[in-house]
Write a protein that binds this ligand. Structure first.
Ligand code: UTP
Length: 301
């Protein structure tokens, strides 16, 4: 496949899932709009993309797209009201979301899986390598991941996934990678990928998290990818084809991430992520840290 030489410029953010683990909160609102401390999860993700120069963002939306579009749009009446009151802090906080670059939207229609959502980006992305960021995973802005992945993509010309080490018993919640080290390099080659394996069948304890930098050959593969686990068209299955060399995508590589990551995909991990981030915040952190030990002590009484 012929690709352009441009480095990665575009970010794709799938946000069309049904969010069933958060029902009823997600009945009328995408789960990516759930607040993490004081911003919707998706705003952290767009900020991360923009911070590494990916200011062309394509969101894949579902039936509840209105809240997403509204959040990243301006609200002149609210801005005027805050300006009149002289509340610059709040004014800046609402303007931050609408000043985040060029955000485009495309509908998925029927949410047939993450792979199907990514395929909806084909026309917008064209023949360039591109990043995919999932709103379930928040990466601490103090820790670098995406820019390293973009560098590895430029170096290898392939597709790059982000991996974390998990407890072996946890691997069945993730896509799992069988890898080999590359001499002299800090990234690895991915030999094989399997979606949510049982622990005894997992080739490693390296789990895929929601950051990808993909070769555009993935689109052709996705066009032929049959529904897999859960009856969904799985991105992992398409990447497995690229890893196996069955398609002309120059292989799949992995960056093992050891920085701070907050999982917001299910209720418990979401609550933990909110607490961790709130403890770190300048505004809420000191009061929350004072209160937490009192609260936990009261639990053991
Ligand atoms: P999940 O696997 O977490 O699915 O999707 P979900 O529907 O959002 O949530 P649950 O499992 O029902 O609670 C991972 C990411 O892929 C997107 C989701 O929006 C989420 O960001 N996605 C998933 C789509 O955009 N379309 C799909 O068809 C499936």
């Amino acid at each position: 496949m012929t690709t352009t030489n441009a480095s990665v410029r575009k970010a794709v953010i799938p946000a069309a899932g049904l969010g069933t683990r958060f029902l009823p909160a997600t009945k009328a609102m995408p789960k990516e709009m759930l607040p993490v401390v004081d911003k919707p999860a998706i705003q952290y993700v767009v900020e991360e993309a923009v911070s590494v120069g990916l200011s062309d963002v394509l969101m894949i939306t579902g039936r509840n797209k209105r809240a997403l579009e509204d959040h990243f749009d301006r609200v002149p009446a609210l801005e005027a009201m805050l300006e009149a009151k002289g509340d610059t802090t709040k004014l800046e906080s609402i303007q931050a979301a609408s000043n985040l670059g060029d955000i485009h939207y495309v509908r998925q229609g029927d949410p047939k899986g993450l792979g199907h959502a990514v395929l909806r980006a084909k026309q917008h992305v064209g023949l360039e390598p591109f990043a995919v960021l999932l709103g379930d995973d928040l990466i601490d802005p103090r820790d670098d991941l995406l820019s390293t992945m973009i560098e590895v993509q430029a170096k290898t010309g392939g597709s790059v996934v982000a991996l974390i080490e998990v407890e072996p018993s946890q691997i069945s919640s993730y896509g799992c990678a069988d890898i080999e080290e590359i001499e002299g390099e800090s990234y690895v080659r991915v030999k094989h990928l399997v979606e949510k394996p049982e622990p005894h069948e997992a080739p490693s304890n390296l789990a895929l998290i929601g950051r990808y930098v993909l070769h555009p050959a993935v689109f052709e593969v996705l066009e032929g990818t049959e529904p897999g686990r859960g009856g969904e068209i799985q991105l992992t299955d398409a990447l497995q084809e690229l890893a196996a060399g069955d398609a002309d995508g120059h292989g799949v590589y992995g960056v093992v991430f050891r920085g701070r990551r907050y999982d917001t995909g299910d209720k418990l991990s979401y609550l933990k992520a909110c607490l961790e981030l709130a403890c770190d915040s300048e505004d809420l952190g000191p009061r929350l840290r004072d209160w937490l030990p009192e609260f936990t002590a009261s639990l053991s009484k």
